[in-house]
Design a protein around this ligand. Structure first.
Ligand code: MG
Length: 279
């Protein structure tokens, strides 16, 4: 069994575009694709509202979704990510998997998360009060998480933002603090994350691991939960140009490379389907 705590230097990982055949064809199972949104399907931008999905990426997702299961697993609020992707027929998980919607819009909330709504409300108020005067600091409330974005905060004030979030976290024992790209998030401190959400999504779509290979593509710390979950029976792909370590097994350089990968994957699936249909 693979050591689930094992990490690899990102620069040492094989490029998923160059190794698509090994990832897909060497596995007799059919792919099921799980995708993060920011930094994976869209480039990282200064303001979250500017991360708009390109028409070509949307077309790629639509084509792929006709050939295999595709789900979006994002830290964004569920309604927000559904609106940005704007494709029917996909499963969406928002708030890092705490809030899930099916292809027909049916929503599922995790009851464990719901018990923390009052505490999230209180922490949100504390953060908004304490950070109101910090220029560039954006406190974003999602249903099951509060994100404090500091990408636009002057470097001299970043420490103050971090200290404030840590102090507020210390006052709310039911919440946990997660680090992301220029963002700190408070979430319910329960045993749930993107990896658990991925398994749940497989189960609900009857994608058993004996017949389907889960492929997860993401670019951030919270995606490591999904990579760890897939260590034994799936493919984790880290989107990164930077250095560091990850539990993913392959890498892609940027969202353009993700799009190339998804298109090639769709080509392969289409070919194999035509071949099967014609035999
Ligand atoms: Mg991301």
């Amino acid at each position: 069994m693979t050591d689930k705590t094992n990490t690899t230097d990102i620069s040492q990982l094989p490029n998923a575009l160059e190794h698509l055949d090994e990832i897909v064809l060497a596995d007799e199972r059919r792919p099921a694709v799980f995708l993060d949104y920011d930094g994976t399907l869209t480039p990282i931008v200064s303001r979250p509202q500017d991360a708009v999905l390109s028409d070509t990426m949307r077309a790629t997702l639509q084509r792929l979704a006709a050939l295999c299961a595709v789900a979006i697993v994002s830290g964004r609020d569920l309604a927000d990510v559904r609106k940005l992707v704007a494709l029917k027929g996909l499963w969406y998980a928002g708030s890092h998997g705490f809030d899930i919607a099916g292809p027909n819009g049916e929503c599922t909330e995790f009851q464990e998360g719901r018990r923390y709504l009052a505490e999230l409300d209180a922490a949100e108020q504390d953060l908004r009060g304490a950070l109101a005067n910090v220029e560039g600091c954006l406190v974003e409330r999602k249903r099951f998480s509060i994100a404090t974005h500091y990408r636009l905060v002057a470097p001299d004030n970043v420490e103050q933002v971090k200290n404030t979030v840590q102090r507020v976290h210390g006052q709310h024992a039911g919440l946990r603090l997660k680090d992301g790209k220029k963002v700190l998030e408070l979430q319910p401190d329960v045993d749930w994350d993107k990896g658990k959400a991925l398994r749940w999504l497989m189960q609900v779509q009857q994608l058993d691991a004996a017949h389907f290979v889960p492929i997860y593509i993401g670019d951030d710390v919270t995606d490591e939960d999904a990579f760890r979950e897939l260590a034994d029976d799936g493919v984790g792909i880290f989107v990164a140009q930077e250095t560091g370590v990850t539990r993913a097994t392959c890498r892609l350089d940027d969202p353009d490379a993700v799009q190339d990968f998804l298109n090639k994957l769709a080509d392969k699936l289409f070919e194999s389907q035509s071949w099967t249909d014609g035999s």
